[in-house]
Design a protein around this ligand. Structure first.
Ligand SMILES: NC(=O)C1=CN([C@@H]2O[C@H](COP(=O)(O)OP(=O)(O)OC[C@H]3O[C@@H](n4cnc5c(N)ncnc54)[C@H](OP(=O)(O)O)[C@@H]3O)[C@@H](O)[C@H]2O)C=CC1
Ligand SMILES: O=C(O)[C@H](O)COP(=O)(O)O
Length: 481
């Protein structure tokens, strides 16, 4: 059996065989654009998930024993096969998660580049050698060789919004370092994930080195997270889910990339035209469904009117429609997410926010909404909207922004817009976030930069080099001469 493309069931990968669940049960995936069925994936049973983990565990030692350059070559071939499938996978990302076709294909190309970079970077990992005499009582005759070894079986759990890129950004570092992988794609995005894995099989994946588990996270999630043969978990998704996983998983490393409430802090001397462009693109690309989206704007009073006027014009110039129409703002992933965004807008309106421009609301398609004079008592000032809303909070000075940020439960990224770099650096020092962007929107790339969230935005660090580090542990061999 192969991964089928006839809008029916797309089987999961087990030991390099494409299989359907013995129960015949499936989960249907519908396009956010129009509800059209993109396909179905097996709703795997616990027994099937158990077999997938066991098979990855069975072959791990053999995989670890392969030469690093062979693993690197596999990744290079994977990148090649993936690129050949750009059209097919791009189409499926577009259908499953409602990205425009160009942005969906862009995700596939970015992923091929990420895999290649990982294949190179993974060759440069090495341990260290320590002499004992630096510690009182020990001597040069005690020597430690610190090796870097894989954890074993890595569970990679990806979210819907980058179903291919955020999956590969976990899988490639795991494979290059000699771990085997159990991949749990987001249900919405699972077919794209399976097609990405098809490219890996074409590239020569040895049986069992990566198995896929499909089905609702709420049904199979706890079982796989607590499986005794899972040795490490790398997860990207919502903060609630991440915290739940962190509590369930015990005594194994867990890397989490979670939600955010990234601010754009705009000072008096900012280039307002550039700032407005960065805010629009940062807040509204993919309808705001990015963890790194700008999710609140804090602007000093002296330039607030001018900035808001620019934002208004730019929001109103964006097209709103289906991703198949190549619109700038496209339908949200599902109705529940859209309802949440609407509830935040309504709460802000009730509490006195100025609606500068309000997007249309048709089922899960919401136009861009710009809210001014947002105050601290409004939910939209603090909660992650993950949708096309820009809340503007007016502030007296940068100190107020820093103080508001101190109470932000998230700490992914922040942007500062100013011409005064010294001032920008001073503010950056005071912000408790993973990354501060100066005069640019918040964003994850380039993919080899470290990427992390603090507070409720995550634990551990990703980005190609750091993701590779996270897949390895020290193993110390001591020579007593
Ligand atoms: N910081 C970052 O890098 C990023 C953060 N995010 C955050 O993710 C959220 C949106 O993504 P979304 O996909 O909806 O996130 P979810 O947290 O709903 O899902 C993420 C993944 O976890 C799975 N899952 C759900 N429940 C469990 C469980 N009990 N055990 C194991 N796995 C489980 C999901 O499966 P299923 O789909 O089957 O439910 C999915 O594969 C936003 O909050 C966003 O900020 C998103 C991207 C990047
Ligand atoms: O999930 C997310 O939102 C991504 O990790 C952000 O990636 P981007 O900044 O490249 O869009």
């Amino acid at each position: 059996m192969d991964v089928r493309q006839d809008n029916k069931v797309y089987p999961y990968l087990f030991n390099n065989e494409w299989k359907e669940s013995a129960s015949g049960e499936t989960v249907q995936i519908k396009s956010p654009d129009d509800g059209k069925v993109a396909g179905e994936v097996p709703a795997m049973s616990q027994e099937e998930v158990d077999a997938a983990v066991n098979s990855a565990a069975d072959v791990q030692e053999n995989w670890e024993a392969t030469e690093g350059h062979e693993r690197s070559q596999l990744l290079h071939r994977w990148a090649e096969e993936l690129e050949k499938m750009t059209e097919e996978i791009g189409e499926m990302i577009h259908l499953e998660v409602g990205k425009t076709l160009s942005s969906a294909k862009g995700e596939v190309k970015r992923t091929a580049q990420l895999i290649r970079h990982t294949a190179e970077e993974g060759l440069r990992t090495h341990g260290s050698f320590i002499q004992g005499d630096a510690f009182p009582g020990a001597s040069k005759s005690t020597k430690a060789m610190v090796q870097k070894v894989p954890h074993g079986v890595v569970l990679a759990i990806a979210p819907f919004n980058y179903p291919v890129n955020l999956a590969a950004s976990k899988i490639a570092p795991a494979l290059i370092t000699g771990n085997t992988v159990v991949f749990k794609p987001a249900t919405q995005g699972a077919i794209s994930g399976l097609l990405m894995v098809k490219a890996l099989v074409k590239a020569g994946l040895p049986a069992g080195v990566l198995n896929v588990v499909t089905g609702r996270g709420s049904v199979i999630g706890d079982f796989v997270v607590t499986h005794p043969k899972i040795d490490m978990i790398t997860f990207t998704g919502g903060t609630g889910t991440g915290q739940h996983i962190a509590k369930k998983a015990s005594m194994i490393p867990v890397v989490l990339e979670l939600g955010g409430k990234d601010p754009a802090i705009v000072l008096e001397d900012a280039d307002l035209e550039k700032t407005a462009n960065e805010i629009i693109s940062g807040a509204l690309s993919y309808s705001g469904q990015r963890c790194t989206a700008i999710k609140r704007v804090m602007v000093v009073n002296s330039v607030a009117d001018e900035l808001v006027a620019k934002l208004k014009e730019k929001v109103e110039n964006l097209t709103v429609g289906k991703s198949s129409e190549n619109a700038n703002i496209t339908p949200m992933i599902d109705q529940k997410s859209a309802d949440f965004v609407v509830s935040l807008i309504e709460d802000a309106k009730k509490k006195g926010a100025t609606v500068v421009t309000e997007g249309t609301q048709e089922a899960n398609l919401l136009g861009g909404t710009l809210l001014d004079h947002v105050t601290e008592d409004m939910d939209v000032a603090w909660e992650e909207q993950f949708g096309p809303v820009i809340p503007v909070i007016r502030i007296d000075n940068e100190l107020e922004a820093v103080n508001l940020e101190k109470r932000n439960e998230y700490g992914l990224q922040a942007s500062i817009f100013t011409q005064n770099l010294e001032n920008a650096f001073a503010i950056a020092d005071k912000l408790n976030v993973g990354t501060v962007q100066v005069n640019g929107k918040t964003s994850r790339g380039p993919d080899h930069f470290p990427f992390l969230g603090v507070k409720n935005s995550g634990q551990g660090v990703q980005g190609i080099g750091r993701s590779i580090d996270s897949m390895l542990r020290d193993k110390v061999l001591v020579l007593n001469l």
